[in-house]
Design a protein around this ligand. Structure first.
Ligand code: SAH
Ligand code: SF4
Ligand code: F3S
Length: 465
């Protein structure tokens, strides 16, 4: 159901503008805000809202925490490693605060939606001023003002009433790729996963809001738009329309753009959705469909609500309707109770389906989830399984990419690549990375690239004018 509220932080924004103006007068330049993001695209989208709100409050955005007057660390809790990385970075900010005592450090997002992590921050990181979880994101100005006006640390407890806040200002990182959240939270409670505990219950934005946002993005020249939700297939439950209807509406928008979405849960990916994609003009023939395991026993223990047969049936239907579709998936290795036999089932289904791309993770116990209480698999065993899975996927991806050599494909150019500014990179329709020579004016535009080389992870070629 939709539980819409309209963002109105004007009373706090006004006070904060007074505060930032006096800082500016003192320092001789506008105060700066640094936002650091961990985790998934949902968090990237949330950070664009944090930046939008910070700008509204009178901060200039900056890329170096050492220059900042306000730091917001947007955290992830999906695996232990993600939390440790965030905590370690927050640890490094201690010396920044020592140098500049007026610096305000906020830690927000999924990690601090957990009470035990808020306690950790409270006691072990005394220089952190403010924490708030994902459900309180739109309250950033209010909470920051509380911190400043009362000059004491604020640890915002998790919200119990979940809302969809419309109208939060967004400061997008790119002017041609955009993230659009269409729903928040998750109701699935997969037994290994922390997300339902840190992002609350499912709630969807109204269709007209999403359509208006995408329409505006296209009008502003955005070329690649990704709709976000933990399980887009349950978009708008109880609201009289569904995800396939939303896609049909969005596909009617005129313009030269690609529409993608993530993530789709196999338990309720529908034929209707696949039909809409197959007949669409703008929707990429790309499907990210997390499998997690190829063993029915493990899928049940994971509380995924589908079995191998159901998964294979959706893949069959996708390939029947869109033979060119790029398929990708997520796999967890070493879920509690995973035997050699269960792992072989996973290897076998990977060998059968042959994904273009695979994101594989070693199971990480999350406090408060049912799987954390189950008997854990020996980490040495998990490590060996993980290596075998990577090797298999390497060969499959290579086999999938090789036939692209000689073809001319449309690529959205992202500009000079990170490792070598001489070589540009971009993404094709299936979201595979492509490297080629280009010029600065190609950035943000579609280019046609003739592929002359492929490995398991990327394609290489030259622009065909
Ligand atoms: N909502 C999405 C997934 C979001 S999390 C979905 O249901 O498909 C992204 C991926 O992280 C998951 O697909 C899963 O493979 C992995 N993941 C989640 N919890 C994990 C854990 N405790 N340990 C290891 N990997 C995990
Ligand atoms: Fe986590 Fe499952 Fe929800 Fe995905 S669907 S976010 S894996 S609980
Ligand atoms: Fe991490 Fe939260 Fe996303 S736990 S993966 S940032 S939903």
């Amino acid at each position: 159901m939709s539980q819409q509220t309209v963002y109105d932080a004007s009373q706090y924004i006004e006070k904060l503008r007074g505060y930032t103006a006096s800082l500016a007068a003192e320092q001789g330049s506008a105060p700066k805000c640094f936002v650091l993001t961990f985790g998934c695209q949902q968090n990237v989208a949330d950070s664009e809202k944090l930046s939008g709100m910070a700008r509204d409050m009178g901060y200039e955005l900056c890329d170096d925490p050492a220059d900042a007057d306000l730091i917001a660390v947007n955290t992830c809790a999906i695996r232990e490693h993600a939390e440790q990385k965030a905590l370690s970075i927050v640890g490094q900010y201690k010396h920044l605060k020592a140098k500049k005592p007026s610096l305000i450090i906020a830690v927000c997002g999924c990690m601090v939606a957990q009470e035990h992590r808020r306690e950790d921050i409270k006691h072990k990181y005394p220089y952190v001023d403010l924490t708030f979880g994902t459900a309180s994101l739109h309250r950033f100005p209010e909470l920051l003002w509380q911190k400043i006006s009362r000059s004491r640390r604020i640890f915002c407890p998790e919200e119990t009433e979940y809302t969809v806040a419309e109208g939060v200002p967004i400061c997008r990182e790119s002017n041609y790729r955009a993230w659009v959240s269409i729903m928040y939270g998750c109701n699935n409670f997969c037994s290994y996963c922390i997300v339902p505990y840190v992002r609350g219950r499912e709630r969807s934005r109204e269709m007209h809001e999403v359509v208006a946002e995408v329409r505006e993005l296209v009008a502003r020249g955005y070329k690649d738009i990704t709709l976000l939700g933990q399980n887009v297939n349950s978009y708008a439950k109880g609201m009289g329309y569904d995800f396939a209807d939303l896609l049909s509406e969005l596909d009617k928008i005129e313009g030269d753009f690609i529409l993608r979405f993530m993530t789709s849960h196999p338990k309720d990916a529908s034929y209707k959705l696949i039909d809409v994609m197959a007949n669409s003009k703008h929707i990429a023939h790309q499907f990210h469909l997390p499998l997690q395991s190829g063993s029915d026993k493990i899928l049940k223990a994971m509380n995924r609500h589908y079995d191998k047969a159901r998964y294979l049936d959706i893949v069959r239907y996708i390939r029947e309707k869109m033979p060119d579709a790029a398929l990708s998936s997520d796999i967890i290795v070493g879920f509690p109770g995973e035997t050699d036999e269960d792992f072989e089932d996973t290897m076998q289904i990977l060998d059968t389906v042959r994904f273009d791309m695979l994101f594989s993770f070693i199971y990480s116990p999350r406090k408060g989830t049912p799987a954390a209480e189950m008997e854990q698999v020996d980490s040495k065993l998990t490590g060996k399984r993980f290596d075998r899975l990577l090797a298999l996927q390497h060969d499959i991806a290579l086999e999938k990419n090789q036939p692209m050599v000689g073809k001319i494909i449309r690529v959205l150019c992202d500009g000079p690549s990170k490792n070598n500014p001489e070589i540009y990179s971009g993404r094709e329709e299936g979201n595979k990375i492509v490297f080629f020579h280009a010029s600065p004016e190609d950035t943000g535009k579609f280019v046609n690239v003739k592929i002359d080389k492929a490995d398991a992870f990327a394609l290489w070629g030259e622009i065909e004018k």
